[in-house]
Design a binder for this molecule. Sequence first.
Ligand code: ADP
Ligand code: MG
Length: 371
Amino acid sequence: MTDAGTWSAPGRVNLIGDHTDYNGGFALPCALPRRTTVLARRRDDGLLRARSAGATEPLEVRLPGVRGEVDGWGAYVAGVAWALAEAGVSVPGADLEITSDVPLGAGLSSSHSLECAVALALTGLADLEVPVPELARIVQRAENDYVGAPTGLLDQTASLASVADHLTFIDARAETALPVPCDLAAAGLELLVIDTRAAHALTDGAYGSRRDACERAATRLGVGTLRELTDDLDVDGALARLDDLADDPEAVRRARHVITENARVLEVVDLVRTGRLRDVGPVLTASHASMRDDFENSVPEVDLAVETATAAGALGARMTGGGFGGSVVALVDTALVAAVEARVRAAYADAGFAEPGFLTVVPARGAGRDA
Ligand code: ADP
Ligand code: MG
């Protein structure tokens, strides 16, 4: 048993591949240089106590806890402890001091950085090393069944498995996360993250209804997940199968996004691996169009940021994360970053939108023990 230590986990930005994870597909995120840090001390009385600089109310529960006994921010912490117990992973009580510089509710996965840091702290106090795929499923259970957000495996896998200066190529069905070297600086490029400040709430019905439409499409097409459509068929062949769903145009649009998005992720992985980073831009913009038109999870603030950034010279831009607001990621020449920021700021002021936030990102290290 370990008495005390410090663990941290980053937020993530997903370069491409959204709403593919729960369809068994591909994604290509990286860790943000923004993290949640948990200073943890073991307690022997079975109580889990937590305080966060980002929340007024402290959390106190008796382990293993009961699903749903806590709501608000504490659900992310108590949910992880509960999900660990449900998975048969026994962890001690603890005092947790939490700090974070991940923007909250900005689509950059502050929630998963919190959950992953807590999961590592609690298992670390018990001297347990849970393999990443298993820990990712436990964190998913906390978020799905305790917090009530029907998210997939992308965010926590990115937080747990990412490596500095690499993108993380996730295959959700195979549960693999492969680091792909990505030296943006050598290519004179940066990832510019634009926090649109448009509220996104993944616990309301919109995310779940998208998920349901994907499952409906898969069931009617006789596959376990939409990913399977491209196992035997090329993209055009898979899209042709959607003719069988003509009486359900919503399911067709959602499935079309997933099928084409998986192909775009593979295309970007190939471009990055072969050093053609500038060619990634148009694929990002195509992904955005697919989310806006087929997945219908964009909002006006997001579309304005994408359109303005690309008009100001970004090589490409797209909404990142679950959608319905949140952040945009743009691939930008370093020399143009200031100009892109200024144009987006001005466009938001003209439209009467709240002032956006900006963050330039070099892929950072994943979660781990710090001290
Ligand atoms: P995102 O994950 O994109 O930031 P979510 O809505 O999924 O957005 O998660 C944001 C919520 O996670 C916050 O409202 C809060 O309840 C919780 N949270 C995340 N980080 C912290 C933190 N450091 N302290 C307290 N609560 C946090
Ligand atoms: Mg979240």
